[in-house]
Design a protein around this ligand. Structure first.
Ligand SMILES: [Fe+2]
Length: 460
């Protein structure tokens, strides 16, 4: 049994001890903080199940903390219990409006705190908060019935009329289960199941088939494709909940929590690496902000190509980290204002390989390796480190090369001022097919043209 994790934010040490004594019948892991300053980083790392905070926090008002947590999608579901002493009705009302799970006054602490926490944990065991279900059915009455019934049980529900629309939602949102009809226009349940089964991004999402008794053939095919369960129509919401309870077994919930924890760890890791890049760029005022700008352009290109939200986020990371290997380049070469000798240029040319050796030690971002290693390859084959040519260069690396070139042309250098946007575009067009991939250049020009409307404004 995994212990619940509780964070106590209270500057009074004896009061923290008292809270733990009151809650001692609950076998939990505790983390104690004296104030809520920088608590988001701690919460991100610990992924607690409950926050207990003093309404009169020394660094910010308890309601302020609550508002901050509710605004952050990672913590909007995190229950918060605020504690105070003789607070005004107005303050308590503000806490309730901000979504506090409970307000406990110090005078009632001994009788009410334990029962409030127990109630909370019982509730979350019954209603797995935060589980997202995608309902796919062409019948509006079925969608409405499921949306209402499942939402009442604490599930978060999104509905789609057919498989095609469901795929669009899956592209941009995380779902923990798909509940799908079989016969639907545009894309039916079997086609949807096949598509998801073949995509490693979605094949792990449990797929439940809703079907009629005389559709055994399709049902069998979908079960062979890995569907988790089927439920025969017509069914009532209680029957469906029983099926869901079986699927969202304790082990599955543990897996969800573990995934959330890994997500949090990855965010921390990436913020550490990003700080490292900033420190690297701070060495040279002429490249300051370069990685961030490349990240903006690369993710804009991926968006232009119709990439999913996840792909756009990966492109942002890839852009930020593309030059991470420059950490291994000595200052006297990297910051040298004049021309480089052949030996010095050869030293600079090792940065993609150094970058790749850093990134490949972190499995969660291994998918951006092609950008790190190949962003200096040239379309005509005269680039480095491998001398790859044409379409043998990974697409995102070709896109990064365009972004990198644009930013180099438009940035100031010790020996020249950065070029105007239009002149840089003219040069980029000229080198398409030689240094840069022509398709990627075309995409970049398209982006620049349509950019203003889509927030892709890269002009300095
Ligand atoms: Fe580079």
């Amino acid at each position: 049994m995994v212990k619940p994790r509780i964070v106590i934010i209270e500057n009074n040490l004896p009061h923290r001890a008292k809270i733990k004594t009151i809650l001692s019948p609950i076998d939990a892991d505790y983390l104690e903080l004296s104030d809520s300053k920088d608590c988001l980083v701690v919460l991100c790392k610990m992924r607690p199940d409950l926050v207990l905070a003093n309404l009169k926090d020394s660094s910010q008002d308890g309601v302020g903390l609550l508002t901050l947590l509710k605004k952050d999608p990672s913590f909007s579901d995190l229950p918060v219990i605020l504690m105070g002493h003789g607070e005004s009705q107005g303050k308590i009302a503000a806490a309730i409006d901000s979504g506090v799970f409970a307000y406990i006054d110090a005078t009632e602490e001994e009788e009410n705190l334990l029962s409030a926490v127990e109630k909370l944990f019982e509730k979350s065991a019954e209603h797995p908060a935060g589980i997202r279900i995608l309902v796919v059915d062409d019948s509006s009455s079925v969608r409405l019935m499921l949306q209402k019934g499942l939402s009442q049980e604490g599930y978060r529900v999104q509905t789609a009329e057919n498989g095609k629309i469901a795929l669009k939602f899956l592209h941009n949102n995380r779902f923990d289960l798909i509940l799908s009809d079989v016969y639907m226009p545009e894309m039916n349940g079997l086609e949807l199941c096949e598509t998801l089964h073949g995509d490693p991004l979605y094949s792990g999402i449990p797929f439940v088939v809703m079907s009629t008794e005389n559709d055994a053939g399709n049902m069998k095919k979908m079960m062979q494709l890995g569907a988790a369960a089927f439920i025969i129509k017509p069914f009532n919401i209680e029957q469906l909940l029983m099926t869901l309870n079986k699927i969202f077994s304790y082990e599955f919930l543990l897996l969800l929590k573990e995934n959330e924890r890994l997500d949090g760890e990855q965010k921390l890791l990436l913020s550490g690496i990003t700080s490292l890049i900033k420190a690297l760029e701070a060495r040279d005022e002429y490249t300051r902000g370069h990685s961030e700008r490349v990240s903006l352009i690369l993710s804009g290109l991926v968006r232009q190509l119709g990439g999913s939200q996840r792909e756009i986020e990966r492109a942002q990371i890839a852009g930020r980290l593309h030059d991470i290997g420059k950490i291994g380049i000595s200052d006297n070469v990297l910051l040298k204002p004049g021309c480089l000798s052949e030996a010095e240029f050869n030293h600079i040319k090792t940065h993609p390989t150094i970058g790749a050796s850093i990134i490949q030690t972190i499995p969660s971002i291994a998918d951006i390796l092609p950008v790190i290693i190949s962003h200096h390859e040239r379309f005509d084959g005269n680039g480095y480190p491998q001398g790859l040519k044409g379409l043998a260069i990974p697409l995102w690396a070709r896109m990064t090369a365009v972004a990198d070139t644009y930013d180099a042309l438009t940035s100031d250098r010790p020996y020249r001022k950065g070029m105007e946007h239009d002149k840089a575009l003219a040069i980029i067009t000229e080198v398409a097919g030689g240094q840069l991939c022509p398709d990627t250049v075309r995409l970049f020009l398209e982006c620049c043209k349509e950019g203003m409307a889509k927030g892709f404004n890269i002009q300095k």
